[in-house]
Design a protein. Sequence first.
Length: 658
Amino acid sequence: MYVELGHFALILGFGLALTQALLPMLGVMRGLRSWTQAAGALACGQFVFIAISFACLAHAFLIDDFSVRLVATNSNTLLPAWYKFSAVWGNHEGSMLLWLLILAGWSSAVAVLATELTQDMRARVLSVMGMIAVGFHLFVLFTSNPFLRSFPNVPQEGRDLNPLLQDIGLVMHPPMLYLGYVGFSVTFAFAIAALWSGRLDTAWARWSRPWTTAAWMFLSVGITLGSWWAYYELGWGGWWFWDPVENASFMPWLAGTALLHSLAVTEKRGLFRSWTVLLAILTFSLSLLGTFLVRSGILTSVHAFATDPARGSFVLAFLGVVVGGSLTLYALRAPQSSGPAGYSWLSREAALLGNNVLLIVSMATVLLGTLAPLLVSALDMGRISVGPPYFNLMFVPLMSVLAVVMGVGPLLRWRESSAGGLRGLLVGPIGFSLAAGLIFPFVYRGHWHGGAAFTAGLAAWLLSTLFAGLRQRLRERGGVQALPRLGSAYWGMVVAHIGFAFCMAGAALTSIYSDERDVRMSAGDEVTLSGYVFSFLGTRHVEGPNYSAERGEFTARSEGSTRVLHLKAEKRDYHSQMGNVMTEAGISPGFLRDLYVSLGEPIGDGSWAVRVHHKPFVRWLWIGGVLMGAGGLLTLFDRRYRRARAPASVPVTAGAVA
C-alpha cells in the first residue's frame, strides 16, 4: 500500500509543479496578487509530496520489498541497512527521484528564505522553477518510474547493489553533487525571471549571488568527494581520469565559477549584465547536458547509468526546450540592456573578465574533448579516442594563466588602478614565487625538476598575493584592528583561493612525483619504492556482512626509520547474483604523501600480484576542494546576504512588464 502511496504522492507533486509553473505566471501577467502569492505555498507543497514519495521508496528498500522491481534489482537481504538506504539513489530511477526532491527543496528554500524579493520577482522565479520541475516529473513518471511492481513473479531475493556502490562514497557523493547541479537551477530561474520582467539590473545579481554561491559550494565538495571515492575504491590509485562522466560534472563547475565572479561585477558595478545572464543559462544547461550524458546510454563509463536511449532522447528534447527557449528570450531582451560604461584595463573588472574568459575557454576544451568522439561516431566518420594527453595539453596551460590572473585580481581596484601602486604590491610576491620555485625541487627531492619548480612558484604566487592584498586592506583601514570588519565574503574569497592553490599544487606534484610498481609477492617478501620498504605479511580469510574476502596484510616503513605503518588490502567476493569481485585498497594517508597497496589476483604457491604506490601530495587535492567549499560557506554568512534591500532597478525596455 505504501508503494502506491509513494506513486500517488509523486503524481500529486507533479500536479503542484504544473500549478506552480502556470498560476504565478498568470498572476503576474494579469496583476492577480492572490495568484502570485500562492507560488510559495505551491513550492512548499510540492516538496512535501516529493519527500513523502522518496520516503516510501526508501521504506521499500529498507524492508526488502522485492515486489518493487527497483528494489529487487538493486538490493538484497544481506545488504547492510546504510547501503540499503543509499541504494535508493544508486540507480537511474531512484537517483532521478532524488533529483526531483532536491529541486523541490531548492524551490521551497527560495519560497521561505528569499524574503527580500519583490512579490512579482519571487513569483517569476518560482514559476520558472516549476517549469523545470514539470519536465523532470514527466521524465520520472513516464520513462523512469521507481514504483513499478514485479507482480506476479516476485523474487525471493534481490540481485544486490553494485559492489562499487557499497561504500560511504555513495552515501555522500551523489546527494552533494546533485545539490550543486540542481542548485544552479535557482540562478537560471533568477536570470530568466530578470529577462522576463525586462529588468537586468544589480538587484537580480545580488539576489541570485548567494544561491549561486551555495550551489557552487555543494558542487565543489561533490566533485571532491567523487575524486576521493574513485581514488580509494577503484584500486588504480588515480584521482581523476578525464572520464566523460567526470567531465560532465566538471564543466558546470567551470562555468559556475565564471558565473560567480561575473555576478560580483554585475552587483558591484552594474557591468557584464548580458554576459552574466548568458553564463547563468550556460551553467544550468551544462548541468542538463551532464544528465543527458550519464543517462542516455551513449557513454561507456564506470560512472554512467546503463539506460535505454529513449530516456536519453527525452532528456535531450528537454535540454533543447530549456536552452532554445532561454536563448530566444535572451536574444529578445538582453541586447537592449546597457550597463554603465567605463573601466580601465588595469582594474578588478578587467581581471575578472580575464578570469571568465579563461574559465569558459577551459570549459570549451573539456566540452570538445568529451563530445568529439560522440560526434565523430554519430556522423559515421569512424572512431576517435580523446584521453588525458589532450586534456592535459589543453587544460594545464589555461589553468596556469588563470592562476596568474587570480593572483593579480584581488590587488586591483574597481574602475582603475595605479600602475605604480600595483608594481609596488607585486614586487614581494614575484620575488617570493621565484625563490619558492627555485628552491622547492632541491629541498623535496635534491634535484631540479622544471614542472615541480613551476608548480611551486604558481602556488607561492597565489598565497603571497593573497597576503599582499590582506596587508594592503589593513593598511588602508587602520591596521590589524580592522580584521573583523573585512567581512566574511572577503575571507571566503581568501579561503577559496587558498583551496585552489592546494588543488593545483596537489594535482601537479602528485602527477610528477608519484611512483608505482606491480610486483609478485609471497609472505615475507619486501619491495622498496621511493625510499619506503613494503613488506607482505600474508593473507587471511575474513567474512563481511555480504561478502567473503582475502585480506592481505602489509607493513611499510621509511628506509632508516623504525616506525612501522600497517596497511590492509582486500579482494572481496560478494554473495549475490552479480558475482562481482572487488578490490579494496590499503592506504596509509599523510599530509605530504600516501602509501597505497592493492591486491591483485593470486598467482599460485601463495603468491599474489600486488601493486604498491607512493603518492606525494595527493591529499592536497581534497584539502583544496574542502577549502573551496568552506570559502563558499563563509561567503554565505556575509552580512550583505542577510539583510533585505532592493535598490531601484534599471529598466531594459520602456514597456517592460512590471
